[in-house]
Design a protein around this ligand. Structure first.
Ligand SMILES: CC(=O)CC(=O)SCCNC(=O)CCNC(=O)[C@H](O)C(C)(C)COP(=O)(O)OP(=O)(O)OC[C@H]1O[C@@H](n2cnc3c(N)ncnc32)[C@H](O)[C@@H]1OP(=O)(O)O
Ligand SMILES: NC(=O)C1=CN([C@@H]2O[C@H](COP(=O)(O)OP(=O)(O)OC[C@H]3O[C@@H](n4cnc5c(N)ncnc54)[C@H](OP(=O)(O)O)[C@@H]3O)[C@@H](O)[C@H]2O)C=CC1
Length: 293
């Protein structure tokens, strides 16, 4: 039997955690948002409020939907506050060690029936589940960015995930009005197994001087009808996240075709993480983004 879900904890209030909190609260769930920094949680709540205001302005939701949803979200700077959650979705930085530590810390806090999920873009759900006391209650629920706009959610079972947990995840995603695709627990699942090598190749194309940032993005926007060019999309996702995913593909699939482009590595080492850092393949300090190469 599927678990009853009403209260959701979200760990990691960056761009994805904020988006997940946004759609969950609009769908009527109570949401608690946790992060390592209280400032980060505050800015996440402000982002959610602003994004909902835009949705209200374009009549996607009403002002009263917005107010009710915002009332359902609360800050939870202390992880202990997640004790009553029916579902906890981890959406912290894409690093296995960070996520493992979060799940290890959650172990003594959450109730035994709670479902634990990760929004990881690429990491093994089975390995993360092994960090918990009930791997049968663990599942991958992978949202797409920007969460309020994208229709898809990938759901990934670990080797131990039971049917009730899977059914609950499926019902939860349906309540958000999103479409589910089931992916097996392989590095990068489906979307990122296909999308990230394309982005990495775009960075190689830049690195080898085949085209400029503008030429590469224009080529793919107008020549392949992608809504964003691959370098623009890389900046939007976050170059640290792109690099982590490529490393997981490279190591997990043991194939040199997934080798992260050295230019991507350099950008991340420089702290040029894309939009969230103000600089990546574009400079975001002015009114419109300016290509950096
Ligand atoms: C890395 C991973 O693990 C997996 C991933 O997520 S990979 C990334 C997947 N995402 C993509 O590929 C995104 C590709 N880009 C796009 O689809 C589009 O460029 C986009 C939807 C992001 C923006 O579309 P756009 O038409 O260029 O811009 P814009 O007009 O600003 O936005 C379109 C609508 O979305 C809304 N929107 C955009 N971001 C939003 C947000 N964060 N919250 C709420 N609404 C948002 C806008 O308000 C706008 O709504 P209206 O139509 O009512 O005005
Ligand atoms: N970006 C994307 O397009 C997508 C990303 N994802 C996945 O979602 C997850 C989050 O990505 P995204 O939101 O983009 O990343 P962000 O960098 O925007 O946010 C990550 C957040 O996690 C916080 N954090 C780090 N360590 C901890 C911790 N121990 N406890 C609580 N919070 C922590 C970070 O804080 P601080 O900055 O202080 O370290 C930051 O606020 C990743 O697993 C990513 O792969 C999934 C789909 C799409």
């Amino acid at each position: 039997m599927a678990h009853q879900i009403q209260t959701i904890g979200i760990i990691g209030s960056g761009q994805m955690g904020s988006g997940i909190a946004h759609v969950c609260s609009l769908a009527g769930f109570d949401v608690l948002v946790n992060d390592v920094s209280e400032d980060r949680i505050k800015s996440s709540l402000a982002t959610i409020s602003g994004n909902m205001a835009r949705q209200a302005a374009s009549e996607k939701i009403t002002e009263s939907d917005r107010n009710a949803a915002l009332d359902r979200i609360a800050a939870a700077p202390d992880m202990d506050a997640l004790a009553g959650c029916d579902l906890v979705i981890e959406s912290a930085t894409e690093e296995e060690a960070v996520k493992r530590e979060i799940f290890a810390n959650l172990k003594p806090i959450v109730k035994p029936s709670a479902i634990l999920a990760s929004n990881t873009s690429s990491l093994s759900i089975t390995r993360l589940a092994a960090e918990t006391t009930s791997p049968e209650h663990f599942i991958g629920i992978h949202f797409m960015n920007p969460v309020p706009v994208m229709e898809l959610v990938e759901v990934i079972r670990g080797i131990a995930t039971n049917q009730a947990t899977f059914d609950s995840a499926r019902e939860f995603v349906a309540r958000l009005g999103k479409t589910i695709v089931v992916a097996e627990d392989f590095p990068g699942f489906i979307v990122n197994r296909i999308l990230l090598p394309m982005i990495n190749e775009a960075i190689y194309t830049l690195h080898e001087g085949v085209g400029t940032v503008d030429a590469i993005d224009t080529a793919m926007r107008l020549g392949a009808h992608h809504p964003m060019g691959p370098l623009q999309l890389a900046d939007f996702i976050g170059l640290d996240t792109c690099l982590s995913i490529m490393q997981v593909l490279y190591e997990g699939l043991a194939d040199s075709k997934y080798r992260p482009c050295p230019l991507l590595v350099k950008y991340v080492e420089a702290g040029w993480l894309g939009r969230k850092a103000g600089r990546g393949f574009y400079d975001y300090s002015g009114e419109t983004p300016i290509p950096t190469r």
